[in-house]
Design a protein around this ligand. Structure first.
Ligand code: PLP
Length: 359
């Protein structure tokens, strides 16, 4: 069996969920489990949070149906709403909460014949300019949807563009825009992603929507997950599958981009870009072997990568190699690769078996 596993610590996810709750006592939580629970496995994560979260948030009907299959009662929010009019019927049958983020969706909802009314989350474009109604249009649609037979609860939703950059002026503007709609009699309101859950109490409203923090990564560049009290949920672990000594001037890997400056011990490791490890990870990106950080060298291959183990003389074939996780924050690897933890976690490919522990 190929020695590469993504270990997922479900107890860490429950711990991180409890951190979100502690940040905002008395609020309800939509645990964001879209994109296969940010790569961790939607079935296992929903099961782990079955009795903890008040609801789950997903990106599409297919994900929602999977969650409903595991949880009969939880509220399940379609964050982007229905992509075509026919989806409203299925959403109603599954008892979903749906975002309504634009004129086309709102019009289709009013024309839909649904077996039971839906909980609707009218989306406000408070400044991100990705989805949602501008404030004046929101007021108009609030009036039209309030009386509609297709609508059970009418709720308010918006999303921050820059809450991960503390003190960004757009965040304050977005919050003000949201608060300016408080005179409308929505049943529930929701604004806070992880960054806002952790640092913007004024944005907590009725329902939180934490995503990345549940998985033990930080939404902030300058605040680590550990500093936020979060525990890493995924550890990507491979093995040393070959070892060799090379002389100064000899190169490693495709393109011969890394050249030894000293007599070097090179380990070949069972993980590559076909597993989701970023191909553009530069030489020097750390991995952990025998508790020591050692550098990636040369280009990442599809199924393998190379590290320099000269400073770990006892290392042998079969040694465990942590690419990220319990000993090496995924955010640090993301930073070295010019991306964010979200991308690395969601891009771990299907061929990497997930192994779960709940203790
Ligand atoms: C609308 C919405 N709410 C909440 C979240 C969760 O955000 P985060 O993972 O930063 O907590 C997302 C994630 O992209 C989202 O799109």
């Amino acid at each position: 069996m190929r020695p590469l596993v993504a270990h997922v610590d479900l107890a860490a996810i429950r711990h991180n969920h409890a951190v979100a709750r502690r940040c905002a006592p008395g609020r309800q939580v939509f645990a964001v489990v879209k994109a296969n629970a940010y790569g961790h496995g939607i079935r296992e994560v929903v099961t782990a949070l079955h009795d903890e979260a008040d609801g789950f948030a997903v990106a599409c009907l297919e994900e929602a149906a999977e969650v409903r299959g595991m949880h009969g009662e939880a509220r399940i929010l379609l964050l982007e709403g229905c992509f075509e009019p026919a989806e409203y019927q299925m959403a109603a049958r599954l008892g979903l909460d749906v975002a309504v983020q634009g004129v086309e969706q709102a019009t289709a909802l009013l024309a839909a014949s649904v077996p039971r009314p839906l909980n609707v989350w009218l989306k406000l474009d408070s400044g991100m300019h990705r989805l949602g109604f501008a404030p004046e249009a929101l007021r108009d649609w609030y009036g039209r949807l309030q009386e509609a037979q297709q609508v059970a609860e009418l709720n308010l939703l918006s999303h921050f563009a820059c809450a991960d950059e503390r003190g960004h002026p757009l965040t304050e503007q977005q919050l003000e825009c949201f608060l300016a709609q408080l005179d409308l009699d929505f049943t529930h309101r929701s604004l806070a992603n992880s960054a806002a859950v952790l640092t913007i109490p004024a944005a907590h409203m009725d329902w939180l929507r934490p995503g990345i923090m549940l998985y033990g990564a930080s939404p902030f560049a300058e605040l680590s997950a550990a500093e936020l009290g979060l525990k890493p949920a995924m550890t990507l672990a491979a093995q040393v599958i070959a070892l060799r000594d090379i002389a100064p001037g000899e190169s490693v890997g495709y393109g011969a981009t890394w050249v030894a400056q000293r007599p070097s011990r090179i380990a070949t490791v069972s993980c590559g870009y076909g597993d989701g490890y970023p191909r553009h990870a530069p030489s020097g990106t750390p991995v952990v072997v025998r508790g020591m950080r050692v550098p990636l060298v040369g280009r990442v291959s599809m199924d393998m990568l190379a590290v320099e183990l000269t400073d770990v003389p006892d290392a042998t074939v079969g040694d465990r190699v942590e690419l990220w996780g319990a000993q090496l924050p995924v955010d640090e690897i993301a930073h070295a690769c010019g991306t964010i933890g979200y991308e690395l976690l969601t891009k771990v490919t299907a061929r990497v078996p997930r192994r779960y522990s709940a203790a």
